[in-house]
Design a protein around this ligand. Structure first.
Ligand SMILES: NC(=O)c1ccc[n+]([C@@H]2O[C@H](COP(=O)([O-])OP(=O)(O)OC[C@H]3O[C@@H](n4cnc5c(N)ncnc54)[C@H](O)[C@@H]3O)[C@@H](O)[C@H]2O)c1
Length: 258
């Protein structure tokens, strides 16, 4: 793997949900290319190990760790193990997330709690646990993974969208609360990315719901994240960056005249 300059050669980043076959792994690969040491943190250890192995095989630096973002003790253990192994922690990417496809009022209380526990409370817990380390080091960078659904309504995505809109507010608030102390916090909103098994739906989505003709890939999300955590983005905080080939900015499909 050819390395290009990252923040510093010994920069360390935790990626929650880093074992994910789609966006999680794309983020880990993009960070490794930039020279980051990546802690691939996932509740699925086999998946995290596979991604860390893939990164190392390509010449990057990565270790797998077990993490459940809904369990504060688990998050604390990963942060402590990262600091013990690498001597610090420079960045956090909150990518662990789950979907929920139902009209909002038809979800059960258990479904409501689960999607909020993983998609919203989970990132909050991770931010809460990494901040003391970052503040003691003089700063750090956090990127949350939201969704285009944070920007508007698509039927049956109601509660998922609510978690991502809340995450966008948490992003801006964290940027505001800790900016003066060297913490940057931004959110990347992916469009439709590698919806495996649903290729025909993805083709239709690309044709009708994007400005650009190619599907967004996991590495596109990873590249945006790698930029935002890097020193090149030192003046950027509190932003929502849509990596969606134009989906969110599109108003109507053809056929509407006014
Ligand atoms: N795939 C898309 O089209 C898309 C679009 C917009 C936003 N997103 C967001 O991107 C992120 C990644 O989604 P993806 O669909 O690419 O999945 P992915 O392939 O990156 O996999 C998600 C990973 O999260 C892990 N995970 C789930 N619950 C966890 C928990 N409690 N603790 C730790 N790890 C946990 C899973 O084990 C899995 O490895 C999510 O936040 C999702 O909401 C995805």
């Amino acid at each position: 793997m050819e390395r290009v300059a990252g923040m510093t050669e010994d920069s360390v980043c935790i990626v929650t949900g880093g074992g994910g076959p789609r966006i999680g792994s794309g983020i880990c690969r993009a960070l490794a290319v930039k020279g980051w040491t990546v802690v691939v943190a996932d509740q699925n250890l086999a998946a995290a190990t596979a991604v860390a192995d893939e990164v190392r095989a390509a010449g990057g630096s990565a270790v797998p760790m077990v993490l459940d973002v809904t369990d504060a003790d688990s998050v604390r253990r990963v942060v402590a193990a990262t600091v013990a192994e690498f001597g610090g922690l420079d960045a956090l990417v909150n990518s662990a997330g789950v979907g929920l496809r139902k009209p909002g009022a038809e979800a059960t209380p258990e479904e409501f709690d689960r999607v909020h526990a993983i998609n919203y409370r989970g990132p909050w817990t991770c931010i809460k646990e990494v901040l003391p380390v970052m503040l003691a080091n003089g700063g750090g960078s956090i990127v949350n993974i939201g969704s285009v659904h944070a920007a508007g309504a698509a039927e049956t995505f109601t509660l998922y969208a609510a978690t991502k809109a809340a995450l966008a507010a948490l992003t801006k608030g964290t940027a505001r609360d800790y900016g003066r102390r060297g913490i940057r916090c931004n959110i990347v909103h992916p469009g439709a990315v590698e919806v495996r098994g649903n290729e025909h739906l993805l083709d239709e989505f690309v044709a009708t719901r994007q400005m650009l003709p190619a599907a967004v890939e996991a590495i596109d999300i990873g590249n945006a994240v790698a930029f935002l955590v890097s020193a090149e983005a030192r003046a950027i905080t509190g932003i929502e960056l849509f990596v969606d080939a134009g989906t969110t900015a599109m108003l109507f499909s053809n056929g509407f005249t006014d």
